[in-house]
Design a protein around this ligand. Structure first.
Ligand code: TYD
Ligand code: MG
Length: 455
């Protein structure tokens, strides 16, 4: 037998780029300090190498002759999960669920077979023993008649077992613990992660069995080998939010079969994750009237309207340089809004500390939140409470003008549905119809807003 030769190469942890020597900065993606050393076999062919895959017998086909029958989807008996997948799990798809340790990836993926006993599910665990999975299942409850637990980390065994069993669904927990004999390096390395994902992808495409793959997130907030995995898999769902709180947000950041930037909300209970079908409940906590520094924003996340509470605290700076800090909101945008308030409306905030917080651990990127941020800051600065049945939706421009935002109608409808009495929007918004019971106040700029709000 010929001896296998190995060589040392350097991989970028962020994009998977391969180089023959170490570099401080990856030339492909421009990230610093991401190159890691790995040994690869030179003689042996990796199974992800196209040349080692036998011909599948497919021939080029005219597009017109391809069967366009709808992709088959299966419901996972979980409305939130089905929705962010674009209406159920597509046959033969590879779905990556990412998130920080302890956020609920294993819980969510174990809940799927327990909720769908009619599906024969192969749950491969490389992280926990079969006994631990059993204990977790007992905690979650549900019907475990369709669920098979397989404690294994060698990919070749997993694929051959899965081919024998032909389940309706396969879960692999987690990509970082799996390894293949085709690759020399240790589990969790860039080459192993790539190999594991491409073996699972090939299995899913050849058999039509959907595969849910769990991946951990590194400190920097990206799935270990993030871009490496992201372009291999069909769907990427990422858990976000604070794993100390009880709410968990699952966001779709890539979906070949549906829209991205969809958001599902779950609550971690003693019996697993519960779907939260009306997230505004959790984002606008109930408290008594008369608190200053609080404003409610009618925001949109993906296609879903939400009402979220924005909290601000403005106080006299204790040190020479005022502090600005924001949780769930871009600090640079906060600084921009404070500068607008100072320059265009004459509020002296340059000597104040400003702290901003979005409720529920949500990261907000919708510009429509600007107006609520400005109102929360002014409310805290003047210790003036905004009535709790008022909400806001508008973008603030550099000259202090309030600009219209996308889908104002849907925001107004959602606010009306949740019992808000008044919503402030830009005077340039065009509204088709206004539901009964809610008053729409149109404001053109910050001074007009202040006149109307603090009169
Ligand atoms: P887990 O799914 O193990 O996280 P991950 O796989 O993402 O690392 O989630 C573990 C956390 O969830 C842990 O802190 C315990 C908590 N938990 C509950 O609160 N209730 C439950 O029913 C379960 C199963 C877990
Ligand atoms: Mg886990």
């Amino acid at each position: 037998m010929a001896t296998v030769k190995t060589k040392t190469v350097w991989f970028c942890k962020s994009c998977g780029n391969e180089a023959s020597k170490w570099m401080g900065r990856c030339p492909a993606c421009g990230e610093w300090n991401t190159m890691v050393e790995e040994t690869v076999a030179t003689g042996r062919k990796s199974s992800s190498d196209p040349a080692s895959v036998p011909g599948s017998g497919h021939k080029p086909t005219p597009l017109a002759e391809i069967d366009s029958a709808h992709e088959r989807r299966m419901s996972l008996n979980n409305a939130e999960l089905d929705r962010i997948l674009g209406g159920g799990l597509v046959e033969g798809s590879l779905v990556l669920i990412g998130g920080e340790p302890g956020i609920g990836k294993s819980t969510l993926s174990l809940q799927i077979p327990l909720n769908c006993p009619s599906l024969k599910t192969l749950y491969v665990t490389g992280e926990e023993s079969a006994k631990q999975v059993k204990l977790r299942a007992a905690r979650i409850g549900g019907d475990d008649s369709g669920c098979y637990i397989y404690s294994e980390t060698l990919m070749e065994n997993i694929i051959s077992e899965a081919r024998k069993m032909m389940p309706d669904l396969m879960v692999v927990d987690s990509v970082q613990t799996m390894f293949s004999q085709n690759v020399e390096s240790s589990p969790g390395s860039v080459t192993q992660i790539k190999e594991t994902a491409s073996m699972l992808l090939r299995f899913a495409k050849e058999t039509g069995v959907p595969v849910i793959l769990i991946g951990h997130i590194t400190k920097e907030g990206s799935i270990a080998g993030p871009k490496i995995l992201e372009h291999i898999v069909d769907v990427v769902l990422q858990f976000e939010g604070d794993n100390r709180g009880t709410y968990r947000l699952l966001r779709s950041i890539k979906n070949r079969f549906g829209s991205t930037s969809e958001l599902a909300v779950f609550e971690m209970t003693g019996k697993g994750l519960r779907e939260v079908s009306n997230p505004s409940e959790m984002l606008v906590p109930m408290h008594e009237e008369g608190l200053s520094g609080v404003a409610v924003s009618a925001m949109l996340d993906g296609t879903r309207p939400f009402l979220i509470e924005v909290q601000a605290l403005v106080s006299t700076a204790a040190y020479g340089t005022p502090q600005r800090s924001a949780t769930g909101f871009d600090v640079r945008r906060l600084n921009m809004l404070l500068a607008v308030l100072e320059k265009r409306a004459g509020f002296k905030l340059g000597i104040k500390d400003v702290f901003l917080n979005m409720a529920g651990g949500l990261k907000v990127s919708d510009p429509a939140c600007d107006l609520a941020v400005v109102c929360a800051v002014l409310s805290s600065n003047f210790d003036f409470a905004i009535s709790s049945d008022v909400c806001f939706a508008g973008e603030v421009g550099l000259s202090g003008e309030i600009r219209p935002v996308a889908q104002t109608d849907r925001r107004v409808m959602e606010a009306g549905r949740l019992g808000y009495r008044k919503i402030y929007v830009s005077s340039f918004s065009s509204l088709e119809m206004v539901p009964d019971g809610i008053e729409v106040v149109k404001v053109a700029d910050i001074p007009a807003l202040c006149r109307s709000l603090f009169k």
